[in-house]
Design a protein around this ligand. Structure first.
Ligand code: UDP
Ligand code: MG
Length: 336
């Protein structure tokens, strides 16, 4: 029997877990009828509410539900990585817990994946109904910018909701970077991806965990991780200003020779100094972004730390498969 492991990152999701469980149980039953077993791996990303207690309760009642709880909030990217590492199925899925990723699509996605033509079935929302206009505007601007500055293709409206084949997941896991931008990593590994489209669904309960500022930082992470264009842009700006400086020098020199130099011109001087020092600081900041990311990479800190899990059996399989990665990356105290 084939196994589909579905990874669900959760952060303060006590309100949504029950609804999600009801829906995924239906999907599990319909998959069983076509000979596929489904396991669910909840990743508790350092929740401060009763999320972990709920997960434990569900795991106690259903042997197909696994959970892994982080020592603190490491972020959704770390949760995705942890979940993919532990998904031992022939196919591995990834989705949010808030029902914005319709679980009813899973059988159709699995069918496409099983046909063998594609290695990944991903989803994108065709509209952003219900989202604040400001957020949609900046999200669209980000995708447009990404298209221009990066080689990897990041599809506008792409969700993290996807089903992947074993080789695809292993390839994603072979990318061990600390600053993870999954949308980029999924695209970078290549393979054949089938995109399914659906209308945006609003969150069933609770609130989004992404403030505007958090999203802005995340998009900067994405650009820095998949493009060196900003640094090139800084060099071009530097060259442009050097060129302009030479032209001005030339003009001022000959003007002084021909007409003398009656005006001191300090206001224009102040403007030029402000413009140039602002540009210098901006470019320094751009370089700093890359330097800080490199700094975090060379530290080789673990992407996440685990405090509690019931994944002991699955973990041994993972150990065999990724023994070379194992060192210092996980600290799992099995409390159950
Ligand atoms: N999430 C997480 N860690 C975080 C933030 C979010 O694991 O630090 C999870 C969250 O519980 C949810 C998914 O990531 O299952 C998507 O989050 P959310 O619905 O808040 O994002 P949105 O759909 O608004 O982009
Ligand atoms: Mg959501």
């Amino acid at each position: 029997m084939e196994l589909l492991s579905i990874v669900i990152p959760c952060y303060n999701e006590q309100e949504t877990l029950d609804d999600f469980y009801k829906e995924i149980r239906k999907v599990r039953n319909s998959l069983a009828s076509i000979g596929c077993c489904l396991e669910v791996i909840f990743i508790d990303d350092g929740s401060r509410d009763k999320t972990l207690d709920k997960m434990k309760q569900l795991a106690k009642e259903n042997s197909w539900i696994k959970y892994l709880s982080f020592t603190k909030n490491f972020g959704k990217e770390a949760a995705i990585y942890a979940g993919l590492r532990h998904g031992s199925g022939n196919f591995v899925g990834l989705m949010d817990v808030d029902l914005q990723d319709p679980p009813s699509l899973i059988p159709k996605m699995l069918e496409i994946l099983k046909s063998g033509e594609y290695d990944c079935v991903a989803t994108r929302r065709v509209n952003r109904k219900g989202e604040p206009a400001m957020r949609s505007f900046f999200a669209r601007a980000f995708y447009k910018l990404m298209k221009r500055v990066s080689d990897v293709e990041i599809v506008d409206g792409a969700r993290d909701f996807r089903l992947m084949s074993r080789p695809y997941v292993d390839s994603v896991l072979s990318l061990k970077e600390y600053n993870r931008f999954s949308k980029g990593l999924f695209s970078w590994v290549g393979y054949k991806t089938k995109w399914l489209e659906y209308e945006n669904v609003e969150r069933a309960r609770g609130e989004t965990k992404w403030s505007f500022f958090k999203l802005l930082l995340y998009s900067i992470d994405g650009i820095v991780a998949f493009s060196t264009a900003p640094v090139r842009f800084a060099s071009c700006l530097g060259l442009l200003f050097c060129g302009l400086a030479f032209v001005f020098l030339f003009v001022i020199f000959f003007r002084a020779l021909i007409f003398g130099d009656p005006v001191a011109g300090w206001p224009s001087l102040v403007c030029v100094i402000l413009l140039l020092s602002g540009t210098q600081l901006f470019c320094l900041g751009l370089l700093g972004e890359y330097l800080s990311k490199t700094y975090m990479e060379v530290k080789k800190r673990p992407i996440y730390l685990c405090r509690e899990t019931n994944l002991d059996d699955t973990e041994s399989i993972i150990n065999e498969r990724t023994s070379s990665v194992k060192k210092g990356e996980i600290n799992e105290n099995k409390k159950l």
